[in-house]
Ligand binder design. Structure first.
Ligand SMILES: [Zn+2]
Length: 176
């Protein structure tokens, strides 16, 4: 699959994100201000509803002509660090980590248990990195995907999850 691309301008970015449903790059524009505001809450996710204007008429499995959503994770350098495609309100549990099942590995999905405000960082209860990672644990990402989106090694994430679990902030759901 092609790499996600970003062109950065003075006040906005233009991003091309890979949509698994369209099996194509989807172009979107996002205001930098919106991203900066979003990042105050840890991570920024752009929700983008669209439908493929030219679905493959020969392919009955191609449902990309129906409206669907991509979540595009954008970091503080305005780069795309992850993309999720799904129909409806959110990805189904079966869709999360579907590619990992094919590889035969256990799927671990970390989920935030408590809603944490940015105040927790100011009070020194959490560091910035932990706060960011907690926001990515939205129940739609496996441990490996959280690592990718946060741009932290999987080992680091595993350690962090253990700490956050002990603090009672996160739980890890396992599926095989
Ligand atoms: Zn699409």
């Amino acid at each position: 699959m092609p790499e996600n691309k970003v062109k950065k301008y003075f006040s906005l970015i233009e991003a091309w994100a890979w949509c698994d449903i369209c099996e194509d790059m989807v172009a979107l524009r996002v205001d930098k201000k919106e991203i900066i505001d979003g990042l105050k809450m840890g991570i920024y996710t752009k929700e983008f509803k669209h439908s493929n204007q030219i679905p493959d008429p020969e392919d009955l499995d191609d449902l990309s002509g129906q409206e669907h959503t991509i979540y595009v994770y954008i970091n503080d350098s305005f780069d795309v660090t992850g993309v999720k495609s799904f129909f409806g309100e959110s990805p189904t549990t079966e869709e999360i980590g579907a590619e990992a099942i094919q590889e035969g590995t256990e799927i671990r999905i970390p989920i935030v248990v408590k809603d944490i405000s940015p105040m927790a960082v100011q009070l020194g209860m959490l560091n910035k990195e932990q706060f960011k990672v907690l926001k990515i644990c939205d129940g739609m990402n496996t441990i490996e995907q959280v690592a990718e989106i946060a741009q932290i090694s999987t080992d680091e994430i595993e350690k962090m999850m253990e700490e956050l679990r002990k603090k009672g902030l996160v739980k890890v759901i396992k599926r095989t």
